[in-house]
Design a binder for this molecule. Structure first.
Ligand SMILES: [Zn+2]
Length: 307
């Protein structure tokens, strides 16, 4: 066990580049701490002061100090937006025939524009056209882009057509209610999923890392969901108990905070009509943009060490 832990530093570098390192640091598991290089400006204070004794400290440093090179670029959070369905999979079909895949895509594009306009993020979509992307492909896309946040966007259907309003889901093996379980089951039927991989040498280490990472990711996902619900409040019609959880496959990245936003239900006439309007989709997008801003402003994944 101890030998396994000693090898962890290398393992972490190779296998879990972002959130896990921060978790490991915050958990003070010192054996896990990866090497972190801190750039220090080694200007000789003594020689500088004697040579420029008549000038101010500020001027002295300016004239004598070498140019600062190699300063790390500030980390720009990567946000992956995941418009549900696409191509041969239309998603839910609305009361008057609107396809969920089109509503999801249009809103994701709008949100992407608004996020890019802030100049604070890199934003990518899991699909840039009306094409089918398997669920594990969406998760893999977020992983390969080292995403700091994954936001899946949907507007599904329920058997009860009177139910309307937005809700935000985080991952749980146990659904918050029967309705959530049914929704996740329908979504997950899109294809099969192989599970997020943690490539480590030892099952014991894998277990420890995975539980630490999962715990932190869950905490951040819930914080993000709370932000979205709070932004929607009084602007966008909300479902009762709008913060829900279920076993959606696309939320299963163990190291990327992930949420699934149900913007409303295509099975409800009022929701469908609203989601067909660009102004309403823009309102949803701006609410989500604000929530994402708030999430990263108070820490979020922006503090991740990069690997
Ligand atoms: Zn859907």
């Amino acid at each position: 066990m101890i030998d396994n832990l000693k090898n962890c530093n290398e393992i972490i570098k190779d296998s879990i580049p972002q959130i896990s390192r921060r978790i490991i640091l915050s958990a003070s598991v010192t054996l896990f701490v990866p090497s972190v290089a801190i750039a220090v400006d080694r200007v000789s204070q003594k020689s500088t002061i004697t040579k420029h004794v008549k000038t101010s400290t500020k001027q002295t440093v300016k004239s004598k100090a070498p140019a600062i090179v190699g300063r790390a670029r500030p980390h720009v959070p990567v946000i992956i937006l995941d418009p549900g369905h696409g191509g041969k999979d239309p998603g839910a079909v609305g009361y008057s025939g609107t396809y969920e895949k089109h509503v999801a895509y249009a809103t994701a594009v709008e949100l992407s524009k608004q996020l890019m306009r802030t100049g604070k993020y890199r934003v990518k979509l899991t699909r840039n056209s009306d094409k089918f992307v398997p669920l594990d492909g969406r998760v893999d896309f977020a992983q390969s882009n080292k995403a700091n946040l994954f936001v899946s966007m949907h507007a599904d259907a329920l058997n009860n057509h009177s139910i309307r309003g937005a809700s935000v889901y985080t991952l749980s093996n146990h659904a918050s209610d029967a309705q959530s379980a049914a929704l996740a089951s329908v979504e997950n039927n899109a294809d099969r999923y192989g599970g997020a991989n943690v490539h480590v040498a030892s099952p014991a280490v894998q277990k420890i890392l995975a539980s630490l990472v999962k715990l932190e990711t869950k905490k951040e996902s819930v914080a993000m969901a709370r932000n979205i619900v709070s932004s929607f409040h009084s602007r966008v019609s909300l479902l009762q108990n709008p913060k829900r959880y279920a076993a959606f496959v696309v939320l299963k990245s163990i190291n990327i905070p992930s949420i699934l936003v149900e913007m409303g239900f295509m099975s409800n006439r009022v929701d469908e009509e609203a989601l067909k309007r660009a102004a309403y989709r823009s309102l949803i997008a701006s609410s989500m943009c604000q929530a994402i801003d708030r999430y990263f402003a108070i820490g979020g994944s922006v503090t991740h060490l990069t690997g």
